[in-house]
Design a protein around this ligand. Structure first.
Ligand SMILES: Cc1cc2nc3c(=O)[nH]c(=O)nc-3n(C[C@H](O)[C@H](O)[C@H](O)COP(=O)(O)OP(=O)(O)OC[C@H]3O[C@@H](n4cnc5c(N)ncnc54)[C@H](O)[C@@H]3O)c2cc1C
Length: 754
């Protein structure tokens, strides 16, 4: 029996009071729960009851010396906290009393507090200096179940794909010579094509399964092997093959699509020029129809008009070239034309020049190059003519009369590639997170003088806060990308304008997320993260450019924001634009109700964890940014400024709207998905991840919310505390959460993650 200064009536409550005060989260409702239990507790004396109730006074909280004394009293007992107990904290308290007193019955009032406050061992286990038996929570969730939820309907394809990556050609290695690296990557691409994966998105007639959704999912998994493989695969089957599939007609499909899918016809997608990147409409390469020879002549007119950064340029036999199509002296706008580049011996054909782009920051296994055309003739049939054709009589014809609309329709068919790039970025982030977290679960640094063993990195709250929200974001973005691809592939919705806006936004926020996550993971691994063998360094170099190709992120967000405005069916340059902005302003302002001060300072857990609050916060931000943006543009236009100039004036505002819109979209997709997870245990876990993601996102833009008066200082503080607390609560499950990404063992080559 140990010596103790507290009577047993008080002692049994001490672990509870310690949890309540050290977590600094005492709300009115929590006080009520404890006070009611104390008042109902007939086993304690009135005097003990008075003391305990006095410890609930937030205006006069227990002194720090008192808290220290509580902690010492608990630690001295050597009692172990067993998470698997039915009421772990009440049982823990009872065991402590048993160490000091011969009589120590289980107190139902303690159980009542534990249940009603909803406190879980992972809320408080880190607070006591006692041994914790984590076993129950460590094994509570199963990585395989999480992986199954994430794979959803693609499980068969993905399982097969992952297992096919278990082959010596996919073994990760360090490559310092680009020529050798490119050969390795080419072999990998061909290896996947041999197994039928290249054609996954093509129709069955051409060796495929018309499964664009599954095709996108493979990008995430290819990143576990290597970024260069992922991108070269995307160029060959998605950009080159995809342009034939989406912009060509049956004659092109019959002739080329099967061979593109098996990689027996290697091709590239030549859109960008040295002088024109984001502004595709401004490209200068010409494709002039020659009626006499019934051919189209490709030409690079001047300096900087050559194609540049073209992936697969050195290995390709053919290019899908984007050029200004000129028929009968009239420029019909940008069209794609198939142009043979090399003969069977791989020699360049007359009039074609190709130069290697040289070493890059990353993706050195991809052969990017520059291409020039000097009056290169190809048959008229080589025009990918789904949206615009040159008829046999030599006249141009298109069902889409408006050249603007035609251009955007053509480019719109290619946005599937944008989803794949985001998917690849997400794969990079997941891989880096898995490496950093597995490392943090083994690596120990520092201890206090009492402990023999140093502490795990993952047990530092800074580490938890750095990595856990990023894991939660990976889950949300995974679901958002699944959903957007499903919508994009939905044939029952032919109007893809909204999806294009959504893809533009999601691609931007997700590839930016991927880059910042990889950097955080590098730092979280310390010096080990800098070694090539641990893979994060390569990911940094490779994923970096995902923010630029398939649409530069800033340019895409500008596009997304304009898409949000044009949801109101405006034509930006039309005469009715002012009127539309006016209507837009009125409609949105009606929904922007003034925020009630009680709401802006509401801090109870039920409110802060409620998706309704998160959705409202995101919706409010999007609407307010749309409204203020519309009003600003209106003011400029009213002053006589041309709409192009007015839009330039508000570019930063547009980008803020694009981000806000995409953030809201991703979260809404995620909530819809979580609601239908059948199994309650996993549904609650996914909900918790969603809550962390949402509160963290609000936290990241907290200045804006404070500026608007949407949240007050108290609420901002409570959100910060909740984010930290959620990270702590998820700490026991962090390994399962990254294992749930399903990264195959055979791809996880980083020694620090072993
Ligand atoms: C490794 C790699 C592989 C590639 N593969 C291919 C390929 O296979 N085929 C292909 O056709 N292309 C390819 N590209 C080209 C790629 O698509 C372009 O780099 C991209 O479109 C951006 O164009 P840019 O580099 O000319 O940048 P720019 O358009 O010059 O942009 C530079 C900066 O200016 C900003 N900016 C541009 N316009 C605006 C505006 N209106 N308002 C505000 N800011 C603006 C952008 O945000 C960006 O930060 C590849 C590029 C790389 C690096």
């Amino acid at each position: 029996m140990q010596k103790n200064t507290y009577p047993s009536g008080i002692l049994q409550y001490i672990p509870f009071f310690y949890v309540i005060w050290s977590d600094d989260l005492l709300t009115v409702s929590e006080i009520n729960v404890v006070q009611k239990a104390l008042e109902a507790d007939e086993s304690i004396t009135t005097e003990n009851q008075k003391t305990l109730i006095s410890w609930l006074d937030t205006a006069n909280p227990p002194a720090n010396s008192e808290l220290k004394n509580w902690k010492r009293t608990i630690a001295k007992t050597g009692v172990k906290l067993v998470e698997s107990d039915t009421y772990p904290l009440a049982t823990f308290s009872q065991k402590i009393v048993c160490k000091y007193y011969t009589e120590c019955p289980f107190n139902d009032q303690l159980k009542h507090i534990e249940v009603n406050l909803g406190i879980q061992p992972n809320h408080y286990s880190h607070l006591f200096d006692v041994e914790v038996d984590y076993q129950s929570s460590l094994n509570y969730y199963k990585a395989s179940e999480i992986d199954t939820i994430l794979k959803g309907k693609h499980a068969d394809l993905i399982d097969r794909f992952r297992s096919d990556l278990d082959h010596s050609i996919f073994k990760w290695d360090i490559h310092r010579n680009k020529e050798d690296f490119r050969e390795v990557v080419l072999d990998q691409v061909k290896g996947l094509a041999d197994k039928g994966y290249g054609a996954t998105a093509y129709p069955a007639t051409y060796g495929g399964a018309e499964n664009m959704e599954g095709y996108a999912y493979m990008f995430e998994n290819m990143m576990y092997v290597d970024g260069s493989l992922t991108i070269k695969f995307g160029v060959q089957f998605g950009l080159f093959g995809g342009s034939i599939q989406k912009l060509g007609t049956k004659k092109h499909h019959d002739k080329y699509l099967g061979e593109a899918g098996t990689a027996s016809l290697l091709g590239c997608f030549a859109m960008t020029e040295t002088g024109h990147g984001s502004n595709v409409r401004g490209i200068k390469t010409t494709a002039t129809y020659n009626r006499a020879t019934d051919t189209i002549v490709l030409h690079t007119p001047g300096k900087n008009d050559n194609k540049e950064y073209i992936g697969n340029a050195l290995h390709s036999k053919m290019a899908s070239v984007f050029a200004q199509l000129i028929v009968d002296g009239k420029n019909e706008g940008v069209h794609a034309i198939l142009v043979p580049l090399r003969n069977e011996k791989h020699d360049l054909l007359p009039g074609i020049k190709v130069e290697d782009n040289g070493y890059k920051l990353g993706l050195n296994g991809v052969d990017n190059g520059k291409i020039w055309f000097d009056q290169v003739s190809v048959p008229r049939e080589n025009l990918l003519n789904k949206y615009g054709d040159i008829k046999e009589d030599g006249t141009y014809h298109s069902e889409i009369k408006n050249p603007n609309k035609r251009f955007f329709t053509m480019l719109g068919t290619l946005v599937g590639g944008r989803i794949c790039v985001a998917r690849a970025g997400l794969g990079g982030a997941k891989f880096a997170l898995a490496v950093a977290i597995k490392h943090a679960l083994k690596r120990r640094q520092f201890n206090d003088s009492i402990k023999i063993q140093e502490d795990l990195l993952m047990d530092y709250s800074t580490h938890q806060l750095r990595l856990t929200p990023l894991v939660a974001n990976a889950y949300v973005y995974h679901v958002a990308l699944d959903k957007i691809m499903e919508t994009y592939c939905d044939q029952s919705q032919p109007d893809k304008r909204e999806v294009e806006t959504q893809v533009a936004g999601l691609k931007s926020i997700i590839t930016w997320y991927a880059n910042s996550t990889i950097q955080e993971c590098r730092e979280a691994c310390g010096g080990k993260g800098y070694l090539l063998e641990n893979r994060i360094a390569d990911l940094k170099g490779d994923v970096d450019i995902f923010t630029t190709f398939e649409g530069d992120n800033t340019v895409l967000l500008l596009l997304a924001a304009k898409g949000v405005l044009s949801d109101f069916k405006s034509e930006f340059n039309s005469a009715g634009f002012l009127a539309v902005l006016k209507i837009l302003g009125i409609q949105i302002s009606n929904k922007l109700t003034t925020i009630n001060p009680v709401y802006s300072n509401k801090v109870d857990k039920d409110h802060l964890y409620n998706p309704k609050f998160h959705k409202h916060a995101f919706d409010y931000r999007t609407r307010r940014l749309t409204y203020t943006l519309a009003m600003r543009i209106r003011e400029y236009i009213k002053k006589g400024m041309p709409s192009y100039q007015a839009f330039l004036k508000v570019q930063t505002h547009l980008v803020a709207l694009g981000k806000a819109y995409s953030c809201e979209l991703a979260y809404n997709f995620y909530c819809d998905f979580v609601d239908i997870i059948f199994d309650e245990k996993n549904r609650l876990l996914f909900q918790k991840l969603g809550t962390l993601h949402a509160l963290h996102a609000i936290r990241e833009d907290v200045e804006w919310y404070l500026e608007q008066g949407y949240i007050g200082g108290t609420k901002s503080k409570a959100i910060r505390q909740r984010v930290e607390r959620l990270c702590t609560e998820l700490r026991p499950h962090i390994k399962v959460l990254v294992d749930g990404f399903g990264i195959p063992e055979h791809c996880m080559s980083a020694p620090i993650a072993g």
